[in-house]
Design a protein around this ligand. Structure first.
Ligand SMILES: C[S@@+](CC[C@H](N)C(=O)[O-])C[C@H]1O[C@@H](n2cnc3c(N)ncnc32)[C@H](O)[C@@H]1O
Length: 132
């Protein structure tokens, strides 16, 4: 059975041990996250302008405990295409954003999609501990 309720400015949807918190990511705090074992970002980072991407990477690192694993799907526009959103986030930027707090591994880089002008890449992130 699914239950839905408002909490701390979010709409929460709960089934069993899984909760979905819908709201502003930057207002989601560690006190609200009992324990995050895994995370998934498809096309969230690339919806944000550059300065906000820094905040995003830092906030994510505050939320997830060491060992937590994530799958990040990013997007790269053709060279010279500075449009957005969605913004082009090059592989070097993904590494720069997350390497301070995560092990970062490029899993796969797609081919440019005909007619869309960009390609996706998949990244594995693992939150590092304080001594790593
Ligand atoms: C490009 S869409 C991707 C949607 C979906 N994940 C997908 O892959 O089709 C970017 C999403 O980021 C969400 N978003 C942008 N800023 C956000 C924020 N501060 N907190 C939560 N979601 C945000 C937008 O509402 C939008 O749904």
């Amino acid at each position: 059975m699914t239950t839905r309720y408002p909490q701390a400015g979010f709409q929460v949807c709960r089934q069993g041990s899984v909760e979905l918190w819908c709201g502003d990511f930057f207002h989601f705090h560690i006190e609200q996250a009992a324990e995050i074992g895994a995370f998934y970002d498809r096309a969230s980072l690339i919806a944000l302008p550059p300065a906000t991407r820094q905040r995003y990477a830092f906030h994510l690192a505050q939320l997830v405990p060491p060992g937590s694993r994530g799958l990040l799907i990013s997007l790269e526009r053709e060279p010279g295409d500075e449009g957005g959103p969605p913004f082009s986030v090059l592989p070097d930027e993904v590494r720069d954003l997350f390497t301070p707090n995560f092990q970062v591994t490029l899993l796969e880089q797609g081919e440019p999609e005909p007619g869309r002008g960009f390609r996706e890449s998949a990244w594995a992130l693992v939150r590092r501990g304080p001594l790593e």
